[in-house]
Write a protein that binds this ligand. Structure first.
Ligand SMILES: C[S@@+](CC[C@H](N)C(=O)[O-])C[C@H]1O[C@@H](n2cnc3c(N)ncnc32)[C@H](O)[C@@H]1O
Length: 193
């Protein structure tokens, strides 16, 4: 794979981490704040420094799973949130996760993947989500012209990709984005068919 473990490790080593907000994003915080069921099994793929996992953990959600391939990102997360259960840190490729979840939270993970593996991404999301489970989060609009991540997409293409396995409940320009992302990202709530 083009953007593999080494690629991401180097981005952390070289501190080329422009995606890192230093906190949970506002749209995801708002979404999480209205969840009542603290027993949901929740995965955050490509968690990075893990602000969403930390937020959920501190709000007493019981089954949160952090996932990343970068040792450095994992180390940062463990240092910042030492009481987070080690068994819930999935130190492996997203495509090798073998569990079921009620909710998968997307925060700049899809955009980190080579666009060529998008079909694999949605196939894997479908495998990982339990019946009636959801994929919720932020997806960049098609605004980047770079050869390196992040990679966005058009609303129509997201819809085509997700439609096979998911009922899209919401896929709209996000109204409460963090400032640098204002007008550039969609908020998605999609439920397994
Ligand atoms: C753009 S960063 C986003 C990090 C975090 N979600 C955030 O918003 O701060 C993408 C993250 O995905 C991780 N990653 C990339 N490919 C991965 C894969 N196949 N499996 C698991 N993690 C992966 C990278 O190491 C990196 O931490």
């Amino acid at each position: 794979m083009k953007f593999n473990k080494n690629y991401w490790e180097n981005r952390y080593k070289e501190k080329k981490t422009g995606w890192d907000l230093g906190k949970i994003s506002k749209p995801l915080k708002n979404y999480i704040d209205q969840l009542d069921n603290k027993n949901l099994h929740i995965l955050i793929p490509g968690s990075g420094n893990g602000y969403e996992a930390e937020y959920l953990f501190k709000k007493n959600f019981k089954n949160i799973y952090y996932n990343d391939v970068s040792k450095l990102a994992i180390k940062n997360f463990k240092n910042r949130v030492p009481s987070f259960p080690k068994t819930n840190i999935l130190d492996l490729n997203f495509f090798d996760i073998n569990k079921k979840f009620d909710l998968i939270i997307e925060q700049t993970f899809f955009c980190a993947l080579d666009p060529l593996v998008r079909q694999n991404y949605i196939n894997k999301i479908n495998d990982l989500i339990r019946n009636n489970g959801k994929l919720v989060g932020l997806f960049f609009d098609d605004i980047f012209k770079s050869q390196e991540p992040p990679f966005g997409s058009k609303k129509k293409n997201y819809n085509e990709l997700f439609n096979k396995f998911l009922n899209i409940k919401t896929f709209e320009l996000c109204y409460n984005s963090e400032l640098p992302r204002e007008g550039n990202e969609f908020f998605c709530i999609a439920q397994k068919k």
